[in-house]
Design a protein around this ligand. Structure first.
Ligand code: SF4
Ligand code: SF4
Length: 288
């Protein structure tokens, strides 16, 4: 199981200030329909296979109705739906290692691609942060990432030209500026990619097979767990429809701009280390 190449820029994580799961009373009722899964499975540990499949099918249907990210806290909210999927997958495969408090992908690949829609939530959240925490976040971004501004612009060119073969820039540091003492300081409003990493499958291209959307260790641990329950296949939701939804909502409801999270923050930090007003279409080349 190879690591998706996108992982180096489209990561992470479950580094958290609170558990990713929700109470079952908040979850949509499963519907019986074709599940949005890449593979079928023999019964996993906790959830009967039929229930897992039905829940994945329900989520697939609800995805069509999703019309916001982080605004409604119901099944029309993409964050809600992702959290629901993480919950049911975690129930089915309790050996997935992400909930253990791991934040390695925030360190190794903490440059999540973040839509303008998602950045608006994070930007709003910054004003509620304790001043010392915000100061640390800004200082971390300035010290780690401002010197890599050219690499971030090169990465931005890759994001804006997805059909080209531009090389992955050589970042010297990929640690997310929002990670403080192993915890995400914007957990409540973290990007969608950070919510789902570790629990989905990912198809890197039309001619490429699906892969587990996780770090190599998490993928190997999941596969080992499946072997132990004599199940050669995992029923996991697919990330591509979620990612497509992020892009679609971002285009429909915002500027459509997508950028790495540290670059958004650089574009919203002035020379005195103060946060600038929200700009959903900044000139990133001027933020160095
Ligand atoms: S186990 Fe892997 S995918 Fe899960 S949180 Fe840790 S580094 Fe990320
Ligand atoms: S926003 Fe940063 S610290 Fe938070 S989960 Fe995502 S990569 Fe980790």
């Amino acid at each position: 199981m190879s690591l998706p190449s996108e992982m180096s820029q489209e990561p992470n994580p479950q580094a958290e200030n609170q558990p990713a799961s929700q109470s079952s009373s908040q979850l949509p009722e499963p519907l019986s329909n074709e599940a949005q899964v890449t593979q079928t499975t023999s019964p996993p540990l906790n959830l009967p296979s039929e229930q897992l499949q039905a829940s994945l099918a329900a989520a697939s249907r609800y995805l069509e109705q999703v019309n916001n990210i982080g605004l409604s806290d119901d099944v029309q909210d993409l964050n809600y739906l992702i959290d629901f999927l993480v919950f049911i997958v975690d129930q089915a495969y309790p050996f997935i290692p992400c909930p253990s408090g791991c934040s390695n992908c925030c360190v190794d690949s903490g440059l999540p691609r973040t839509s303008a829609l998602e950045w608006a939530h994070i930007h709003g959240y910054l004003s509620q942060m304790p001043p010392d925490v915000l100061k640390q976040v800004i200082e971390q971004n300035e010290s780690r990432h401002r010197p890599q501004h050219q690499q971030f612009l090169a990465e931005q060119a890759r994001i804006e030209n997805p059909d080209t073969d531009l090389a992955l820039p050589k970042f010297e540091c990929k640690e997310c500026p929002f990670l403080i003492e192993g915890r995400c300081s914007v957990y409540a409003v973290r990007p969608t990619i950070c919510r789902g990493f570790g629990y989905f499958t990912w198809r890197p291209g039309k001619e490429r097979d699906s892969q587990i959307f996780a770090c190599q260790m998490a993928a190997d641990t999941l596969l080992d767990g499946l072997r132990q329950i004599h199940s050669p296949y995992a029923a996991l939701p697919a990330w591509n429809p979620i990612s497509d939804k992020v892009y679609a909502l971002n285009r429909a409801q915002s500027t459509g701009v997508m950028a790495t999270l540290p670059l958004w923050l650089m574009a919203h930090t002035d020379a005195n280390g103060q946060i600038l007003p929200l700009n959903l279409n900044p000139d990133f080349s001027q933020s160095g």
